[in-house]
Design a protein around this ligand. Structure first.
Ligand SMILES: [Zn+2]
Ligand SMILES: [Zn+2]
Length: 292
């Protein structure tokens, strides 16, 4: 297996970042899962090898991770890693920003067929990340995104596995697509970025809200309001590592071992017992993806 496959794409507008990985935080007493990470993306001056990344996660009480693919190559890599490592389950998909590029080259259908094949493997427990991204993709790419999103919904349902939605600046269209096509039994809004309104819709439909480090950001009061009204049995936690590092390390490289920072922040926001919340989030995660 090749060690970190690809370098993190620059998404910081050229701003100077601190490229040191943050220190290892105090472990959780009750373990949780990171239900969305990208172990194949190398970041920082000294990228963490996959094995060290997972070792640190175990050290702070993480019970496992969902490794998420964004194209056919990384999806296959994710499924292979999950076969070899009991700490890892896989999610497979063509990312919504990738779908229009493939469609342009006439490759989207072939690659979707490849994803459907991977989705049948026993340690692939979700289709994702799929969805709509109107932030990075212009209007000319929207048709391919809808086509790809709908195909992924069908793949998740056909294999009776979960779906992880990437929704960026596209809440209304994501929700109306789910309602039109019919959402898979376990549907997760990865890196939940909605407001109280979307949280209410999730609650009504039994869709999961997966909170990342963004919930800790100063300007994210809307996310904290959404967290406060989300039914506890629908709350998940993730990193989206190496992106979205929680405070006080925002901008630095991220890893699953930093989940305790986000969990502690969420427990404080909800003014609830940390151990109890961790137990709840772990049970929720197993309800979505099954046993590791
Ligand atoms: Zn995403
Ligand atoms: Zn992601």
């Amino acid at each position: 297996m090749s060690e970190p496959l690809r370098q993190r794409a620059s998404d910081d507008g050229g701003m100077k970042r601190d490229l040191e990985f943050p220190p290892v935080p105090e472990p959780l007493r009750v373990g949780v899962y990171d239900n969305h990470t990208h172990l194949e993306i190398a970041d920082g001056e000294n990228p963490l090898p996959v094995e060290e990344n997972l070792r640190r996660a175990s050290e702070v009480g993480l019970l496992g991770v969902v490794q998420v693919g964004t194209d056919l190559e990384t999806s296959r890599w994710s499924a292979d890693l999950a076969d070899r490592d009991p700490r890892v389950l896989a999610a497979v998909a063509i990312h919504p920003n990738e779908a229009p590029r493939l469609a342009e080259r006439g490759l989207l259908q072939d690659h979707l067929a490849g994803i459907a094949e991977l989705a049948a493997r026993p340690r692939v427990r979700a289709v994702g990340e799929t969805g709509l991204d109107f932030f990075r993709t212009g209007a000319d790419g929207h048709a391919a995104q809808f086509e790809s999103f709908e195909a992924h919904i069908e793949i998740a349902k056909a294999n009776n596995i979960a779906m992880q939605i990437h929704d960026r600046d596209a809440h209304d269209d994501v929700v109306s697509t789910l309602n039109r096509v019919g959402a898979p039994a376990a549907t997760v809004f990865h890196c939940f970025s909605g407001d109280v309104e979307l949280a209410k819709l999730c609650a009504q439909n039994g869709w999961y809200l997966s909170f990342s480090g963004t919930v800790t950001f100063k300007n994210s009061q809307g996310l904290r309001d959404a967290l406060a009204i989300a039914p506890r049995e629908l709350i998940l936690v993730e990193t989206d590592a190496p992106f979205l590092t929680p405070i006080p390390y925002r901008g630095r490289p991220n890893g699953s071992y930093l989940v305790p920072l986000t969990m502690r922040f969420m427990a404080e926001t909800l003014q609830t017992d940390l151990d109890e919340l961790c137990g709840q989030v772990a049970r929720n995660t197993e309800a979505v993806y099954g046993q590791w």
